[in-house]
Design a protein around this ligand. Structure first.
Ligand code: PLP
Length: 365
């Protein structure tokens, strides 16, 4: 079976090796004669799964022991509430609003304290990362907050804000494991798994233990969302998403086995350069993001009319290139080129873009 070239923003393409490996042991996991779906999270066999997943992630990302790793449920969205409920002890956070999910996170945080907007690119339609605030702007705050890659708009921070010693919290959902990063630059980072880490239904959260230990969560915080309680129970305060975590572990192993974050970063930069190169050479396609803010994971562009955009998406799907429609909030075209999307898929997309342009304008690029 020929698999489609899948450019979906998430749930997104998974590495084929991961799917095949899960398929091979689906009915008989670790010699138990049972599926992992049927295996108790309290069993020794499953304990090995979650411990191995954590160890693999720690190795891939170089996570020091001073940081805890959690596999939570509720997606990235639940952590928009979990983060302020755990960390907003002085009642103030400094938010940089660079897109929809950054804005929603600030609105959610405002339910628990003062979520101060220190910079925003909303006036220009989130086409860029806004100018970063000076470090002093974060003084007296519990944390500074960014969404490092803006999935909908196709923009990405190419440098982190200097929060002047205030911890940085980052939603890295759509750039998780996309390139090397230094975990110690962050107080907390978190990612909905369904782009680069595994299936939906798991949120991976990495947190500096000293931030959690600095004091209790707010009184309103449900026990499930209390990072201190979750760390104490190794993400097993209740029944975790056992199958999701199992698949995440396989994805982490796949990242390690294919060269780690250095290699991922190089491959992703090459794929992005191919696609942006096509957009820039073309007379038909117009990139949405300001070039200095362009994402390596979500490439967004427009055609002259919504009708042409629909035709582009439909004809692409006819050629096995799927998931290209932009987010419903903004329309246009979005090609998500996460880790599991190979360079061949990107080459096929560029070839399609050339032929589509030729058919519409009589010119190619
Ligand atoms: C950057 C970012 N943050 C948060 C979310 C919300 O994630 P979830 O659906 O896992 O709650 C998304 C979803 O696409 C996202 O792209």
């Amino acid at each position: 079976m020929v698999r489609p070239r899948n450019f979906s923003a998430g749930p997104a393409q998974m590495p084929e090796d991961v799917l095949l490996s899960a398929q091979a042991e689906f009915m008989d996991f670790a010699g138990t004669g049972m599926s992992v779906l049927e295996t108790s999270h309290r069993s020794a066999a499953y304990r090995r799964v979650i411990d191995a997943a954590e160890a693999s992630l720690r190795e891939v990302m170089g996570i020091p022991d001073s940081y805890g790793v959690l596999f939570l449920q509720g997606g990235a969205t639940l952590e928009f509430a979990g983060i302020p409920m755990n960390l907003m002890r002085r009642g103030r956070a400094g938010h940089i609003v660079s897109g929809h999910f950054a804005k929603v996170a600030a609105e959610e945080a405002a339910r628990y304290g003062s979520a101060e907007i220190l910079a925003t690119s909303e006036p220009t339609g989130f086409d860029r990362i806004p100018d970063l605030p000076a470090p002093e702007a974060f003084a007296g705050m519990d944390y500074g907050y960014i969404c490092q890659n803006n999935t909908i708009y196709g923009t990405m921070f190419h440098g982190l804000p200097d929060c002047g010693g205030t911890p940085l919290v980052a939603d890295v959902s759509s750039c998780f494991l996309s390139f090397p990063l230094d975990v110690t630059d962050y107080g907390l980072l978190f990612a909905g798994a369904q782009k680069n880490a595994g299936p939906s239904g798991v949120c991976v959260l990495v947190v500096d233990r000293s931030l959690v230990e600095a004091g209790p969560a707010l009184g309103v915080c449900p026990t499930y969302l209390d990072y201190s309680a979750q760390l104490a129970k190794g993400s097993m305060l209740n029944t975790p998403n056992t199958f999701g975590i199992y698949l995440c572990g396989k994805v982490f192993d796949w990242v390690r086995g294919t060269g780690g974050l250095e290699a991922m970063g190089e491959r992703n930069a090459e794929k992005a350069a191919l696609l942006y190169g096509a957009v820039d050479r073309s007379d038909l396609y117009r990139g949405c993001a300001v070039p200095s803010s362009r994402s390596v994971a979500n490439v967004t562009f427009r055609l002259p009319t919504p009708e042409l955009e629909r035709e582009f998406v439909d004809r692409a799907a006819g050629q096995g290139l799927v998931g290209l429609a932009g987010h419903r909030l903004v329309g246009g075209i979005r090609a998500s080129i996460y880790n599991a999307v190979g360079i061949d898929a990107v080459r096929d997309l560029v070839a399609f873009m050339e032929s589509f342009e030729l058919s519409v304008t009589g010119r190619s690029f």
